[in-house]
Design a protein around this ligand. Structure first.
Ligand code: AHM
Ligand code: MG
Length: 334
């Protein structure tokens, strides 16, 4: 059976005029960087890469050594190719323009270099999430403000999951496709074209330990899920929470479900835990391109106009009928 490599897939997308040569190169470079991160992650204790880096990021979170290593791998890989104008990352206070000695490209790349990194030391799946926007025309050195575009303007989005196998899940706006890393050849191979999230589900993913901090419509929605077939929903629900968004979203893209990280009262200054621009937006594009839906409980996530690079947002994403149901509880409450 002939295999479709990521390289071939991207060239075919270019021939079909769905991406241009620069975007093809950008995605290929990100995939290569993810292969390097995958190697570093899989070495575990043998690579001396586990544990804290002893530094903090702009969100006040302790950085793991692998957070820092993954960030550097992505920055270095993307610096010199000529396809990029600037990068922004969960691990950097501000965006970083491509160094002036290198050719400047048309795209802006945002990433969470190693999402779910609290799971690294316990050998549970983690991942890299990325989002690609166009640099506004005529801007020589794009800064943070040029990244503040709603998610509908993403030209590509994806994640790489470092699990039992390493997989890249990608959209360039024409479906969501999964590639598996062949560790012997170092090549990503297309293993699922056109992923589809089932419209209905009996599985939800949420950190229940925050329940007492949720607002009223969340309390009502989850109480009805837990009531099971005896309640108004009339069916039993199962629960899963990996605490690695990439792994939870990968499960939902594979077999359906709803992933929720709602607003809570723990820290009222933060509207949710997850970041809009490099977590919620790329995941929402991937899920929508697979027939699912994503809201912040009230609005479609991809329509939100960002105001800050590291802005946070509540997230409800996955099976579209279940996301509509959770959103209905919030809208009817307002
Ligand atoms: P991170 O980017 O610092 O790793 O945080 C994001 C992660 C998500 O992957 C995951 O869904 C969530 O945090 C888990 O949060 P919690 O530990 O509150 O359950
Ligand atoms: Mg993250």
């Amino acid at each position: 059976m002939s295999r479709t490599s990521l390289t071939r897939f991207l060239i075919e997308e270019q021939h079909a005029r769905r991406i241009n040569a620069d975007l093809r190169q950008l995605v290929a470079v990100v995939a290569r960087a993810c292969t390097s991160i995958s190697i570093a992650v899989s070495k575990g204790a043998l690579g001396g890469v586990l544990g804290d880096a002893g530094t903090g990021n702009v969100q006040g979170e302790a950085q793991k050594k692998l957070d820092v290593i993954s960030n550097e791998i992505l920055l270095e890989a993307n610096a010199w190719g000529g396809h990029l104008a600037a990068c922004a990352s969960e691990e950097m206070d501000h965006s970083q323009p491509v160094p002036s000695e290198y050719p400047q490209g048309d795209f802006l790349l945002l990433f969470d270099p190693l999402d779910g990194s609290s799971n690294i030391d316990v050998n549970v799946s983690v991942g890299t999430i990325f989002s690609v926007l166009r640099a506004p025309p005529g801007v020589e050195q794009p800064g943070d403000t040029h990244f503040l575009q709603p998610g509908v303007q993403q030209v590509a989005a994806g994640y790489c999951i470092y699990g039992p196998s390493t997989m890249l899940v990608l959209t360039v706006g024409h479906g969501t496709h999964a590639f598996t890393l062949d560790r012997e050849t170092g090549e990503f191979v297309l293993t699922q074209r056109g992923m589809q999230v089932p419209a209905d589900t009996r599985e939800f993913a949420i950190n229940m330990s925050n329940q007492r901090h949720w607002e009223a419509p969340m309390q009502g929605y989850v109480a009805d899920l837990l009531a099971g077939r005896e309640g108004v929903r009339g069916k039993d629900f199962n629960m899963r929470w990996i605490a690695s968004m990439v792994a939870d979203v990968h499960r939902i893209l594979t077999r359906g479900g709803i992933f929720i990280y709602p607003w809570d009262r723990k820290d009222p200054s933060k509207p949710g835990k997850l970041r809009l621009m490099y977590e919620a937006n790329p995941m929402s594009m991937l899920v929508e391109q697979a027939g699912g839906a994503a809201t912040d409980g009230r609005r479609r996530i991809l329509d939100i106009q960002p105001e800050q690079l590291h802005q946070r947002v509540p997230v409800f994403l996955g099976s579209r009928n279940e996301v509509a149901e959770a959103t209905r509880y919030h809208r009817e409450h307002d």
